[in-house]
Design a protein around this ligand. Structure first.
Ligand SMILES: Cc1cc2nc3c(=O)[nH]c(=O)nc-3n(C[C@H](O)[C@H](O)[C@H](O)COP(=O)(O)OP(=O)(O)OC[C@H]3O[C@@H](n4cnc5c(N)ncnc54)[C@H](O)[C@@H]3O)c2cc1C
Length: 421
């Protein structure tokens, strides 16, 4: 028999979906969270998993465990294919249907390859935990292969990171540290000057969302870590073992990391309405309801979230958390027969770390912090938002260990990508 309580279905257990579910916990509604992964991923630290600083389990947390003690919240593992808004059902890839009274779509984004030939096939994006593990395997396998090659001739090892936003900057810095530690601690006979890390972006500066001072600082720090910063450099093609740039240069590559951008095109959220906003983001009203819908909300990265000040919010974790929380309140308002209220984003600033001791933070009022102060702020904030005390503790221990440069770090090539023979 169906529960008399309104059934709220949340698609996506990322920052937005989890925040929405938390807002509905212990309320007189029945909630089902559907996610294709049985865990919540802390995306801002994916690059640390990819560069062997953290374990996958440090930055992921089972969704069932998060809500284990909440009687009105259930989890369903599955991939949503589409939404039938007329029949109010969600259609899963196993052909089953889940009926809803109210729907919250929090499906995030996917990597955007900008139709650059070969990028989808050969570049390595960094968006899911599986991506991070795949990238880590590739990086470590490349180092091992270069070591073998080095017994016969001097190896050439080029890693190209495409995209000079926070993910590209953070990944390049961490990759440089990984290589330094692998050479210094793991006894690889490679020399640091035999390995090149190139961070390429078509923009004239790194971190374009930050003030220019932060870009200059990030470039200088990366260069001091032997990362070559190639600005105004567009990628025209990615091949299996090389990359071509718009200046005619073709470079052999051990790995191309794709940190060039994200899109909502092709996802469940984009298909909700015939027209969508920038990068396929769903167009929502002030109260975050899908434009023209009475029962469907879209939040987080998947939506073109209005900031409440006349512009759209960036696709950031604090936006996802605040919009998820706000939408839960609006669902309860609608159920309770109260008017909904408009979302107003509280700017928390933005940050990017460059390596140990170096980070840039843009404060809500526009000021910039760099250096160790920025790094400590970054550290504290990321620990605060990590889900689960166990994860926080493990990350603190791992980071402290690594800070003092002991030979730590999960530099393991896992068996499922290496032939067992
Ligand atoms: C590498 C990286 C680094 C980042 N660093 C920062 C940072 O430093 N600071 C910051 O503020 N932001 C950062 N961001 C952005 C931030 O992570 C996102 O803004 C935030 O995760 C968005 O939350 P969300 O809940 O909207 O989507 P997501 O966190 O992407 O969650 C979407 C969820 O939906 C699920 N899902 C998607 N489609 C389906 C489907 N069809 N069926 C079932 N489940 C589905 C996914 O499995 C996922 O769990 C980073 C992002 C990335 C990728």
């Amino acid at each position: 028999m169906r529960s008399p309580l309104a059934h709220v279905v949340i698609i996506g257990g990322g920052f937005a979906g989890i925040a929405a579910a938390r807002g509905l916990a212990n309320q007189r509604v029945s909630v089902t969270i559907i996610d294709r992964h049985n865990f919540h991923t802390f995306q801002p630290l994916l690059y640390q998993v990819a560069t062997a600083g953290l374990e996958p389990a440090d930055i992921a947390y089972p969704i069932r465990t998060i809500f284990g003690h909440q009687k009105n919240i259930r989890f369903r593992h599955g991939t949503v294919r589409s939404v039938d808004q007329e029949r109010k059902v969600v259609l899963l890839s196993d052909q089953r249907e889940v009926a809803f009274d109210y729907l919250i779509v929090a499906t995030g984004t996917v990597a955007s390859f900008f139709a650059i030939p070969g990028a989808r096939e050969f570049a390595l994006p960094l968006y899911t935990l599986a991506d991070a593990r795949r990238l880590r395997n590739r990086l470590l396998l490349s180092l091992e292969a270069a070591e073998v090659e080095g017994l016969h001739q001097r190896p050439r090892l080029n890693f190209v990171v495409v995209g000079g936003g926070p993910t590209g900057v953070e990944t390049s810095g961490a990759l440089s540290e990984l290589i330094r530690i692998a050479i210094r601690r793991d006894g690889l006979s490679l020399r640091t000057d035999e390995v090149r890390i190139i961070l390429a972006d078509v923009a004239p500066r790194l971190l374009t969302a930050f003030p220019e001072r932060a870009s200059t600082y990030a470039k200088k720090e990366l260069e001091s870590m032997n990362v070559e910063v190639a600005l105004r450099r567009g990628v025209v093609e990615v091949l299996e073992h090389s990359i071509k740039f718009d200046n005619g240069e073709e470079l052999d590559t051990a790995a191309v990391v794709w940190a060039a951008g994200v899109t909502v095109n092709g996802t469940v959220a984009q298909a909700l309405a015939p027209t969508s906003g920038p990068s396929g983001r769903a167009i929502v009203d002030g109260d975050l309801r899908l434009h023209g819908s009475a029962h469907v909300w879209v939040v987080g990265d998947a939506a073109a979230v209005p900031s409440g000040r006349g512009d759209l919010c960036a696709q950031l974790a604090p936006v996802a958390i605040q919009s998820g929380r706000h939408c839960a309140e609006q669902v309860l308002n609608v159920i309770g027969g109260r008017p909904t209220t408009a979302f107003m984003y509280h700017n928390k600033g933005i940050m990017a770390t460059i390596g140990r001791n170096a980070a840039v933070a843009k404060l809500p009022r526009g000021g910039v912090i760099t250096g160790i102060l920025g790094w400590l702020a970054w550290l504290g904030l990321h620990l605060w938002y990590l889900v689960g005390f166990r994860n926080r503790l493990r990350v603190v221990i791992n980071w402290t260990w690594r800070y003092f440069d002991w030979p730590s770090g999960p530099r393991l090539i896992v068996a499922d990508v290496v032939s067992d023979d």
